[in-house]
Design a binder for this molecule. Structure first.
Ligand code: C6P
Length: 431
């Protein structure tokens, strides 16, 4: 609760409040056995690659083990005790996610990941598009929210349009007003950029989309794990996210879809589980959400996602955001002191816990992010370096790649300090 320090007078109280939060983070860290890892002899792990995937708490790992140790069975098929327990727990997980995001049970489709959810929407869009119709995305897309729409546009003769950015920091709302028109059938934006960290004005853009009767999809890969989300209140039609970026295992995620839209939407996959009645020549579809979950689902993953949601709700999403905000603000302030580091994206108030940056030597030459991340790794520090699956954004910024630090609930300011210490050494090596 560092921000309380603003209202308290006297350094003693400031110290007390600050150390309370440190103790709180240390308690959280105890739930993540992997954080005790020594990357190599005497080198502890500093994990700052959470936008790629987060670590998993013991509670989630235990829930997955429990499923396989005690009640492994297929769901919605067997009339036997194990299948009943598995089905109940799997459905419970849908209920937990629905509550977490303020959506209805029928609106929660479990998918493999964000990418699958985005593809599901793109696939169904084929039925709604005619030649000359338009799909609108942004200039800051992850490939997963771009390539599926490139393909659909090519197949249907639709046109792909882009909301422009201002100073590579935020979306330009004037541009959104211009490119979203009555020809637009779908608008899809990232809630939070995985490169710039920018938190985008979803509600405002959804309102523009609505004025033109366009569907609104949000790529929530980087927001659902970090922000309090109210699906209903956002006024959107679809929201896609990944479990593995929010403490859950890999291979599970969700697409939230407005019930009225999902009811008439085309599934991505056909087969078992998603049907109601099948004849040799025709079939009808199951109720929501099962119409979109063809085949045997990832039952243990779904249950793990439910437990991850419990874990986050115990902390509280406001608190999650606060922890990340403090770390991000601290990092941006410390980077400001360093003349050899260039940071991309907006200030801490307008971004989530993602900080992309580049490092330059004393002659002003870029030290390639792959070299930086390799040397950080030698010191046990895991960050991501590269184009972050956003090649068009990198090209428009005229940079080959960036380094990226990304935070979650278990990171500390001491980890940021250590990273900066090593970055200074790296700069000296490249002089
Ligand atoms: N970004 C990163 O390191 P999947 O792979 O389906 O779980 O998530 C795809 C995805 C979609 N949109 C955004 C904004 C994302 O950040 C990601 C995943 C990871 O930035 C892996 S490339």
């Amino acid at each position: 609760m560092y921000h309380f320090t603003l209202y308290l007078k006297g350094s003693f109280y400031i110290y007390m409040v600050a150390s309370m939060d440190e103790a709180y983070i240390n308690e959280i860290r105890k739930d993540f056995p992997i954080l005790e890892t020594k990357v190599r002899e005497g080198v502890p792990l500093i994990y700052l690659d959470n936008a790629a995937t987060t670590q998993k708490p013991r509670q989630v790992i235990d829930a997955i083990s429990e499923y396989y140790l005690k009640y492994n069975a297929n769901v919605h098929r067997g009339i036997h005790a194990l299948s009943e327990i598995a089905s109940e727990k799997y459905e419970d997980a849908h209920s937990k996610v629905a509550k977490f995001l303020n959506a209805k049970f029928s609106e929660i489709v479990f998918t493999k990941n964000t990418t699958e959810g985005l593809n599901l929407v793109a696939h169904g869009l084929r039925n709604l598009l005619s030649r000359g119709d338009e799909i609108v995305v942004t200039r800051m897309e992850h490939h997963s929210n771009l390539v599926p729409f490139q393909i659909v546009a090519k197949e249907t003769g639709a046109v792909l349009k882009f909301i422009e950015m201002e100073d590579f920091e935020k979306l330009d709302l004037n541009s959104a007003e211009k490119v979203i028109t009555d020809k637009t059938k779908l608008v899809s934006i990232p809630h939070m950029s995985n490169v710039l960290g920018t938190i985008n004005p979803v509600k405002e853009i959804a309102q523009i989309a609505k004025e033109h009767d366009a569907l609104m999809l949000v790529d929530g890969a980087q927001s659902v794990p970090h922000l309090k989300i109210d699906f209903k209140n956002l006024g959107i039609d679809f929201l896609s996210f990944s479990g593995h970026k929010m403490l859950a295992p890999m291979g599970i995620g969700g697409l939230v879809g407005r019930e009225e839209v999902l009811a008439n939407y085309e599934p991505l996959l056909y087969g078992g589980e998603m049907i109601r009645n099948v004849d040799y020549d025709i079939a009808t579809w199951n109720d929501l959400p099962w119409k979109f979950e063809a085949g045997t689902p990832n039952v243990s993953g779904g249950i793990g996602l439910g437990v991850a949601v419990d874990y986050l709700q115990n902390i509280g999403m406001d608190k999650v955001h606060q922890i990340e905000y403090e770390l991000t603000k601290y990092t941006l302030d410390r980077f400001e002191e360093l003349d050899f580091v260039k940071v991309y994206g907006p200030d801490a108030e307008h971004r989530g816990g993602v900080v992309s940056f580049n490092v330059y030597n004393d002659s002003g030459q870029l030290i390639h992010p792959h070299d930086v991340s390799t040397l950080l790794d030698e010191n046990g520090i895991a960050i991501r370096a590269g184009h972050h699956c956003a090649q068009p954004l990198m090209k428009s910024m005229h940079i080959p790649a960036t380094n990226r630090i990304s935070f979650y609930i278990y990171n500390t300011k001491a980890e940021v300090d250590r990273t900066i210490e090593v970055l200074k050494q790296i700069k000296d090596i490249f002089n």
